[in-house]
Design a protein around this ligand. Structure first.
Ligand SMILES: C=C1C[C@]23C[C@@]1(O)CC[C@H]2[C@@]12CC[C@H](O)[C@@](C)(C(=O)O1)[C@H]2[C@@H]3C(=O)O
Ligand SMILES: O=C(O)CCC(=O)C(=O)O
Ligand SMILES: [Fe+2]
Length: 359
């Protein structure tokens, strides 16, 4: 992992934990910061998506108290006794989970809540937990937050379409906001290593096997292993505890300075296909640093189409590529097919490779 160089930090006005001087880390301005109210926001977003598959959003219009309220509720939940939280697990995929991510053997220094946002598509077990143990005030805070974050998602997706030169501004946002959309919401809690984590009682060797050697003498654990998100875009907000890293196109990992007043957007695999590879999904991960005094808490909204939505490159983009052949790089699939296939893979798997058409 490489930390951000001082010049980039100055530019961003923040300092990440874990910055390490290295001759290889000279680049500018990660992440790109987009002011949503700026006239050129659509072009800045597209450029950031092309370059990193990732950007930070400021002046986003989500009131800070809405985020703070849900964050407080989430800390309240994660502070409950382990047996109470586990009434909401194991995740199927919705519900409460600890240490295990997905069904294929990935582990991380994390406990989480994964919840549906729109449809009643959770199992009865997850639903009764949501309505029971989580409580009314949690549900109201989550509803208020997700309503605001969906508005932000619509705005970002419309700006992407505009920046790509597509007249139908809502071509992407309408997929994510379809009444049968398959969006979901995740809250990840990464306890500090010094505290007794809920799952620590098992003193898991597997967990220690996930130690990440950053070469700077620090002991970091993998909180959430490297992966791309399968959906269209993910809109992430965290508290002020660092840990998120993205992989640059040249393979280097960089830490993203935390900023609780901003949102971070990740391009997902589905947007990669919709843009025929022009915008590529970003590999990202979370490391838990041994110097962290406080837990990291992140809240992520994953914008997804309906399960039966056919996913293939947007015709406007293929047309504009006509001179170069204008062919799709991917076999067509429905979001449901892609999701089912993704859920059979490990976190770090290159899930889109199954759907690529060789040139
Ligand atoms: C290991 C896995 C966890 C995951 C499903 C998967 O099999 C591969 C994709 C993973 C991911 C990453 C982004 C989101 O956090 C998530 C909810 C998703 O849609 O895909 C998770 C899945 C999960 O935790 O169930
Ligand atoms: O917790 C974070 O900051 C990121 C987690 C993540 O990438 C995910 O849940 O898909
Ligand atoms: Fe992710």
């Amino acid at each position: 992992m490489v930390g951000l160089p001082k010049s980039a930090l100055d530019h961003l006005g923040a300092s990440p934990i874990g910055t390490r001087k290295s001759p290889t880390n000279s680049f500018d301005g990660v992440p790109d910061v987009v002011d949503l109210s700026a006239a050129d926001a659509c072009f800045r977003i597209v450029r950031a998506c092309e370059e990193y598959g990732f950007f930070k959003v400021v002046k986003h219009g989500v009131p800070p108290e809405v985020s703070a309220r849900l964050e407080e509720e989430a800390f309240g939940f994660f502070g409950l006794p382990q047996d109470v939280k586990e009434e909401g697990g194991p995740p199927d995929p919705f519900g409460y989970g600890t240490r295990m991510i997905g069904l294929n053997g990935d582990v991380g220094w994390v406990e989480f809540l994964l919840l549906p946002t729109d449809r009643g598509n959770a199992s009865e077990k997850a639903n009764s937990f949501f309505h029971g143990c989580l409580g009314e005030s949690f549900r109201r805070a989550m509803e208020e937050y997700t309503a605001r974050v969906k508005e932000l998602t619509v705005e970002v997706l419309e700006l992407i379409a505009e920046g790509l030169g597509i007249k139908e501004r809502d071509v992407l946002s309408s997929m994510a906001m379809d009444e049968r959309n398959d969006g979901c919401f995740r809250m990840n809690h990464y306890p500090p290593l010094k505290s007794k984590a809920p799952h620590e009682h098992s003193e898991s060797d597997t967990m220690l096997g996930s130690t990440m050697n950053t070469g700077d003498g620090r002991r970091n654990l993998v909180g959430f292993g490297e992966h791309t998100d399968p959906q269209i875009i993910s809109v992430l907000r965290s508290n002020d505890t660092a840990g998120l890293e993205i992989r640059l196109r040249d393979g280097r990992w960089v830490s993203v300075p935390s900023d609780q007043s901003s949102f971070f957007v990740c391009v997902g695999d589905t947007l990669q296909v919709l843009t025929n590879g022009r915008l590529r999904s970003v590999k990202h991960r979370v490391l838990v640093h041994d110097v962290n005094e406080r837990a990291r808490l992140s809240m992520i909204y994953f914008g997804s189409p309906a399960r039966d939505k056919k996913i293939s490159p947007l015709p406007w983009l293929l047309k504009s590529e006509e001179e170069q052949g204008g062919k799709s790089m991917y076999k067509e699939f429905t979001w449901g097919e892609y999701k089912d296939s993704a859920y059979k893979t490990n976190l770090s798997h290159d899930r889109l490779s199954l759907f690529e058409i060789s040139p």
